[in-house]
Design a protein around this ligand. Structure first.
Ligand SMILES: C[S@@+](CC[C@H](N)C(=O)[O-])C[C@H]1O[C@@H](n2cnc3c(N)ncnc32)[C@H](O)[C@@H]1O
Length: 369
């Protein structure tokens, strides 16, 4: 549990955060399956990774809630959290609904292969419930996700894999095919016909590219992608081994994380992650934003006399350029676009390999969901 810490306790926590951060990034190759059995790493996870991760899931719930079909509008919401860790995603779901007008009863089922994680998840969910008037229940199941197909069959409205897919079959060369088959099997068995599956992964190049490959496999297996993709063909970012696709949302970290960042020289000042929202029906973000929209998939590329981005839409991923001399009130928002924005255009010039904004182009940034 988080409590006021002495300077020595904070330094010890910072050392564990560094140890955990290394394991989750450059030492991933040697990540032990049960690393969260280590108490120090577990505390580091709760202090440093849980707070940003529970905000990430809420951004994705907002993308679902924006759909005109009221996709989350249920009296009872059944949620399956696979690889729940300390309960991060469930806390995110609880925060999301407790801040909203529509408050379903939430029935959580949480799966993790480490008993200590399930215990911590149970404690944190109970603590949250005691401070809110949400009606929620939690059933914990100690199991690997690979064994989850043996769970009793229930139709879940939400299935969540938050930062766990990359840890399954991690050292296996056939990991993409195995992860795809596992996710497809779990969705076939456990996702309600009108349910949604949220997959969140770290924004590292390797894990994000692996997720894009799983995405292609799921599309081939007949699962439409709700978000983030506005391109329904094979993911264009996989064509170049240097490319990957990820989100980056501004975030004001809590004080403890700011202190840990100072001590560790790490940086958690924005929410970086890659994700997929998958459904069985054909509902997509296009139903929210219209057909001719694009996702901004890069930082602004600013050079002398122009500003450019990569955007991704039905025709794939292309560079879009606006020369400074062509800036007008109708397109000035272009210079303020950010990675992850959904954007539409009128009078856009398609030059084949890239798009060009002229003085006549109107740029419409959609509300960021
Ligand atoms: C990085 S943590 C993510 C925790 C939480 N979902 C979050 O987003 O903060 C990965 C979690 O998945 C669990 N895990 C990893 N591989 C698993 C497997 N094969 N079966 C079940 N749980 C697994 C770990 O024990 C750990 O709790």
């Amino acid at each position: 549990m988080i409590h006021a810490r002495s300077h020595d306790e904070l330094k010890a926590l910072a050392a564990d955060v560094i140890r955990l951060s290394r394991l989750l990034t450059r030492e991933r190759e040697s990540l032990p399956a049960a690393y969260l059995k280590d108490r120090g790493l577990r505390e580091a996870y709760e202090a440093y990774y849980l707070p940003p991760n529970l905000v990430k899931i809420q951004a994705l719930l907002r993308e679902l809630a924006a759909h005109p079909g009221k996709l989350l509008d249920k009296d009872t919401l059944r949620v399956l959290d696979l690889g729940c860790g300390p309960g991060t995603a469930m806390l995110g779901v609880l925060e999301f609904f407790s801040a909203g007008k529509k408050r379903p009863r939430i029935e959580f089922t949480a799966v993790d292969h480490i008993a200590e994680n399930l215990k911590m998840a149970g404690e944190l969910v109970t603590k949250f419930k005691s401070t809110s008037d949400l009606d929620a229940s939690l059933k914990t199941i100690r199991s690997t996700i690979e064994q989850a197909p043996h769970l009793p069959e229930t139709a879940f409205d939400l299935i969540i894999f938050s930062n766990v897919l990359n840890e399954i079959f991690i050292h296996d060369e056939a990991r993409i095919a195995k992860r795809t088959a596992l996710v497809a099997d779990l969705l076939n068995r456990f996702l309600a016909d009108d349910g949604s599956c949220i997959i969140i992964e770290p924004a590292l190049r390797e894990t994000a590219r692996d997720l894009l490959a799983v995405r292609n496999g799921l599309v081939d297996a007949g699962f439409p992608i709700y978000a983030p993709c506005l391109c329904h063909a094979a993911c264009p970012a996989l064509a170049n081994p240097k490319d990957w696709c990820h989100e980056d949302i501004p975030w004001d970290p809590p004080e403890l994380i700011q202190e840990l960042d100072k001590l560790t020289k790490l940086r958690k000042d924005s929410l970086k992650f890659s994700y997929l929202i998958v459904r069985k029906d054909a509902k997509t973000l296009r139903d929210v934003h219209g057909e001719h929209v694009f996702r901004v998939v890069s930082e602004p590329l600013v050079s002398k006399g122009k500003i450019e981005f990569y955007i991704c839409g039905e025709a794939g991923r292309k560079l879009i350029t606006r020369q400074d001399k062509d800036e007008t009130p109708g397109n000035d928002v272009f210079g303020r676009l950010r990675r992850g924005d959904v954007v539409g255009f009128e009078n856009l010039i398609d030059e084949g390999r890239r798009y060009k904004i002229s003085k006549e182009t109107q740029v419409n940034r959609r509300t960021r969901t």
